[in-house]
Design a protein around this ligand. Structure first.
Ligand SMILES: Cc1cc2nc3c(=O)[nH]c(=O)nc-3n(C[C@H](O)[C@H](O)[C@H](O)COP(=O)(O)OP(=O)(O)OC[C@H]3O[C@@H](n4cnc5c(N)ncnc54)[C@H](O)[C@@H]3O)c2cc1C
Length: 476
């Protein structure tokens, strides 16, 4: 019998597991996909929001501000790429100026540090590429950028290292409630649990429906992006937002922690799982972004992608014990700023479980560390030393990002091992560069097949059915 079963291993499930792993509890995380962070947590703007946007007094405001601080602390400790670069919300006209004044007031009420309203001229001094049309801006010094998938992975890895059991390829299909929960999965495996956490993202309403809770419904809302080459990465040095609207935080322009430029998203209602991009959507994003930063060179685009927000009918996270099933905790409908708030949501989930009756005794030992080797970040001496120990670190597989065979092999044998080409990419950046895997993916495929002891035709790009090779050519 598990004390807690967590459904979903995006950043919210991972953060809950990371928090609960500190206690003497038997915990399982059930994830339908073959890796962690394959849902919204891998396809978003990757911003650590300062916290001026949510309405004062809401849970969202509190968890955003707390989560921002916690994210920087955790990311630095667990070697997740992160940078406190600050953000600007720009105003083009009087309405926008009123809006940023309102955001400023909300920010003060929410306890956001480092907020000020600056003139258009001052904004252009900070960011010379900003449009001459900008009349004023809200500067938020506490905002930042992070690698969202590495943040998720890092928290999940520490949880697993401390005894949490992670079951991948395990889609929850039914939940029965007697004096405890029986959680059934697609593979036929059953998990008995005293408490269940619903962290299933865009599917969180379906999961709560399994215990008869129909108090909210997810309205999946897509956001489409451009990811530009590093040659555009220094176009701005802060996150540049426009004024938000009811569907999302508006189109932003930002550098990423990997040195690229990200531009997006729009907000279009869609269906679950539809992460396709559209010509129309991207044209809107491009047009809107050029209003803030007219010099963006879109010909340097290297990838388009879309992420799906778990928007609901409420302007609030849905967090709390379900009224339909005692012991069932919803961490549901976690839309933006969910990435920022995640660690605070995980901590709050622990507090709620305790109030719900779970007895939580801290473990004597909790290993809150994570080692990651990033070859390109080492000094020449460190590189030479590593190559002496393991010559695989001397073979560069991804030329754009300087990723070595040693790093790829380490990713395939890590605590939550990569099993796909994108899993390798998320763990060590192979394929993230200008050529987007054109050069390295056949080599990565070969290494995956060799290390996992499978045929190359079985190697997946990401999800089930995404095989890269279909058959071998017959030798003639
Ligand atoms: C376009 C966009 C931009 C955003 N930008 C930002 C931003 O800049 N900053 C910010 O703070 N937030 C941002 N967000 C919000 C943030 O990405 C989300 O709040 C966060 O990723 C939600 O995490 P999650 O774990 O709830 O969902 P997910 O990451 O989607 O994880 C849910 C997991 O549950 C699994 N699952 C689903 N059904 C089942 C089942 N039946 N059985 C088992 N597992 C299941 C899924 O496979 C998935 O892995 C953005 C979101 C989007 C879409």
């Amino acid at each position: 019998m598990y004390d807690v079963v967590i459904i979903g291993c995006g950043v919210i499930g991972a953060a809950a597991a990371y928090e609960l792993a500190r206690y003497d509890l038997k915990i399982a995380v059930l994830e339908s996909e073959n890796d962690v962070a394959t849902g919204s947590s891998k396809a978003n703007s990757a911003i650590l929001h300062a916290g001026y946007d949510p309405m004062p007094g809401t849970l969202m405001a509190k968890l955003n501000v707390e989560g921002n601080e916690m994210a920087f602390r955790i990311a630095e400790k667990l070697h997740v790429p992160v940078e406190r670069c600050g953000s600007l919300v720009v105003a083009f006209d009087e309405n926008d100026e009123e809006h940023i004044n309102e955001l400023y007031r909300r920010g003060l009420a929410n306890g956001v540090p480092g907020l000020s309203i600056i003139t258009g001229e001052e904004a252009r001094k900070l960011e010379p590429d900003l449009s001459g049309e900008i009349r004023a801006a809200l500067l938020a010094e506490s905002a930042g950028i992070i690698s969202p998938w590495d943040y998720t992975l890092a928290m999940a890895e520490v949880a697993v290292k401390n005894g949490v059991e992670l079951y991948l390829d395990t889609r929850v299909t039914a939940i029965e409630k007697g004096d405890h929960f029986t959680v059934r999965s697609s593979k036929g495996a059953e998990f008995e649990a005293r408490y269940v956490i619903n962290a299933a993202g865009v599917n969180s309403d379906i999961i709560s429906g399994l215990v008869g809770d129909r108090e909210f419904s997810v309205r999946p809302t897509a956001g489409e992006y451009f990811l530009l080459d590093k040659s555009e990465g220094s176009r701005v040095s802060r996150v540049i937002f426009q004024c938000p609207n009811e569907l999302g935080k508006g189109v932003l322009v930002s550098k990423t922690v990997h040195g690229n430029l990200i531009v997006g998203p729009n907000a279009v209602e869609t269906t679950r799982g539809n992460t396709s991009t559209t010509q129309e959507g991207l044209a809107f994003v491009r047009r809107t972004a050029l209003r803030s930063v007219p010099s963006i060179q879109f010909r340097e685009n290297i990838r388009n992608f879309a992420g799906i927000r778990a928007n609901t009918e409420y302007d609030e996270f849905i967090i709390g014990e379900s009224r339909s099933a005692k012991g069932f905790l919803n961490l549901a409908g976690i839309k933006s700023p969910g990435l920022t708030a995640s660690a605070a949501i995980g901590k709050y989930a622990g507090e709620l479980l305790r109030k719900m009756g779970l007895s939580m005794k801290e473990k004597e030992q909790f290993d809150d560390t994570r080692e990651v080797v990033r070859f390109r970040e080492l000094s020449e001496e460190e590189k030479n030393e590593l190559i002496r120990k393991d010559p695989a670190y001397g073979r560069v597989i991804c030329r754009c990002e300087t990723v070595t065979e040693g790093e790829i092999v380490a990713a395939l044998h890590s605590i939550i091992p990569a099993r796909t080409v994108n899993g390798v990419k998320r763990r060590c950046n192979a394929g993230m560069g200008r050529c987007q895997g054109g050069f390295c993916s056949p080599r990565v495929c070969r290494i995956i097949a060799r290390e996992l002891g499978i045929d190359e035709t079985e190697v997946l790009e990401e999800k089930e059915g995404s095989n890269i090779l279909y058959s071998r050519l017959k030798e003639v």
